[in-house]
Each structure stands twice: as C-alpha cells, then as structure tokens.
Write a protein that binds this ligand. Structure first.
Ligand SMILES: Nc1ncnc2c1ncn2[C@@H]1O[C@H](COP(=O)(O)OP(=O)(O)O)[C@@H](O)[C@H]1O
Ligand SMILES: [Mg+2]
Length: 274
C-alpha cells in the first residue's frame, strides 16, 4: 500500500474552492497532444503572471512526472488547519500534482471507473493548491466516467478541446464537444486547439506541409460555434523536450513559443473569474 492511501479522511468540501478558474484539457482521442498542450499551456499561463496549477488526471497513463522531469520526486505530506494535505511539486512556476507521483504504476492500472473517479476527487481535495488563478487539468482520453464526473463536479470549469487535423481525431473531438454541450454537463468551451496542424522543414522555412490534413479544426469550430483558439505546428523536438522534462520554451522553434504565448493570452481573455 502506498503512503498516499494512508491520508484520511476524505475532505468533503467544495472541490477546489480557492481555485478561481479550471481548464479541462480534453480530447476524444489519445495521442493527439493533450498532455503536451496542457503542460505547456500551464507554463505559458504562469509566464503571463497567473498563479497556475496542473493536475494530471490521466490515471491510466500519467504524463506530468516525466514531462516535468519530477518522476523521481515524492510530494511531501503537510498539515493545514488540522488536516493532512499533499504538497504539490512546483516547477516552471506551476504547482504540479499527478497520480503518478503518489502510487506505483501497477496500482493505477487496475482501477475500475468508479474507483478511479473517487481516487481522483480525493487527490484534488487533498492537494494543498493554495489560491490559484487557474488550474489546468490534463484529462484522460475519451468521454468516460472520469471525464463526466469531473465535468459535473467542478463548477468553475471550462473546457479546451485538443484535436489533430485528421478526420478520425476530428470525429473524436466532436464526441468530446457533444459531451460538454450536453444539458447535464453544459460546460463552456474556451476553444479548440488544432495540434500538429502543419510541419515546416528547417530547409524550407516558408513552407507548411499539412501532413495530417487541413481544415479539421475550423470545421469543428464552425459546427459547435466555438473559437479555433490555436493551431500548433508539428515540431520535431517537442517529443525530446517532454521526454527530458523540458518545456517548449527550451525548443529553438520560435513559432512554437509564439503559438503557446498566444494561446495563453487568448485563454486568459476567456477566463470567467479574474
Ligand atoms: N506539436 C507536436 N509536434 C510534435 N510532436 C508532438 C506534438 N504534440 C505532441 N507531440 C508528441 O506526440 C506524442 C503524444 O502527445 P501527448 O501530449 O502525450 O498526447 P495525449 O496526451 O493526447 O495522449 C508525444 O510523444 C508528444 O511528444
Ligand atoms: Mg496524455
């Protein structure tokens, strides 16, 4: 049993009451760059001066520990107002929490839906976030149990949907948007991020190759009347950055920096509680 399961009791208070805004970064599909967007959006929001946190809610495939190079660290436990809390780990100006920091990999893999949702809510409640302007949540792929529970329970949440331009990812993005629009959830959508929108080879800096197709993000934006808030290029060294705990600001690709800076500014404009 991991140290974390000893933290009792579950604190039954309003989820994230000191957090002004929550951005759920979701997609219908895995592998579209949700974790990459969530992590680098959080870093970019912090660079804009917002008190920012990042919760990795992908219980079955946590990314944050590796992406931030904190996988060898263990969060400490602390007391606050007579209760036990877990301290988030801070890096690049972002307060980080992930199931991957609390359990053995094998523990998380075998959780069934209701158990997973319950565990996640406990992590949210038991983390000493302090006052935050915004908490970015890196959601698990799909529109399953965890996604629906979080969407219903976090009242200040807004959604950001990540897709890639190919029709398969667009179709899965449509499912996510349909879920957020559903009357039982009715969550405002900040916009759609089209990731891997094009590729510019170093030798041809003025060209854009649309490897995965073109227009998918705009198509979905029109269909659901939400903004296509960002288009992020496919950049070779992103993978290396996230495998070595670096942010996109360590990449030499300036268009990537600009895309994320603009995304952060545009997200801030749409935050409901400033
Ligand atoms: N814009 C991009 N350019 C190049 N590689 C990317 C880009 N976005 C994500 N990746 C890579 O694609 C893979 C999947 O991204 P990830 O963020 O883990 O997706 P998800 O969380 O949706 O499963 C990772 O290896 C990541 O480094
Ligand atoms: Mg992910």
């Amino acid at each position: 049993m991991s140290e974390y399961s000893m933290v009792k009791p579950i604190q039954e208070e309003k989820l994230l009451k000191d957090v002004k805004n929550v951005i759920l970064v979701a997609s219908g599909k895995g592998g579209v760059g949700k974790s990459t967007v969530a992590a680098n959006l959080a870093i970019s929001l912090s660079r804009e001066g917002l008190k920012t946190g990042l919760l990795d809610a992908d219980l079955y495939g946590p990314s944050t520990p590796i992406q931030f190079g904190i996988d060898e660290m263990k969060p400490s436990l602390t007391q606050h107002n007579g209760k036990n809390y877990i301290e988030p780990i801070e890096k690049y100006g972002v307060k980080l929490m992930s199931i991957g920091l609390l359990t053995n990999k094998e523990d998380a893999m075998i959780w069934r839906g209701p158990m997973a949702s319950k565990t996640l809510k406990q992590i949210i409640n038991d983390t000493l976030w302090g006052e935050l302007d915004v908490l970015v949540i890196d959601m698990p792929p799909g529109t399953g149990d965890i996604c629906i529970t979080l969407a219903q329970d976090i009242k200040q949440a807004q959604a950001l949907v990540v897709i890639t331009p190919q029709q398969l990812a667009v179709a899965d993005g449509r499912k996510a948007l349909t879920m957020f629009n559903h009357p039982t959830i009715a969550m405002p959508v900040v916009g759609i991020v089209e990731n891997m929108a094009w590729f510019t080879p170093a030798a041809h800096p003025d060209e854009r190759y649309t490897i995965f197709g073109k227009g998918g993000g705009q198509q979905l934006a029109n269909e659901f009347a939400v903004p296509l808030i960002a288009q992020i290029p496919l950049v070779m060294d992103i993978e290396e950055m996230s495998d070595t705990g670096k942010s996109i600001y360590h990449s030499n690709d300036k268009t990537l920096h600009q895309a994320f800076e603009k995304l952060a500014v545009d997200v801030i404009k749409q935050l409901r509680h400033v």
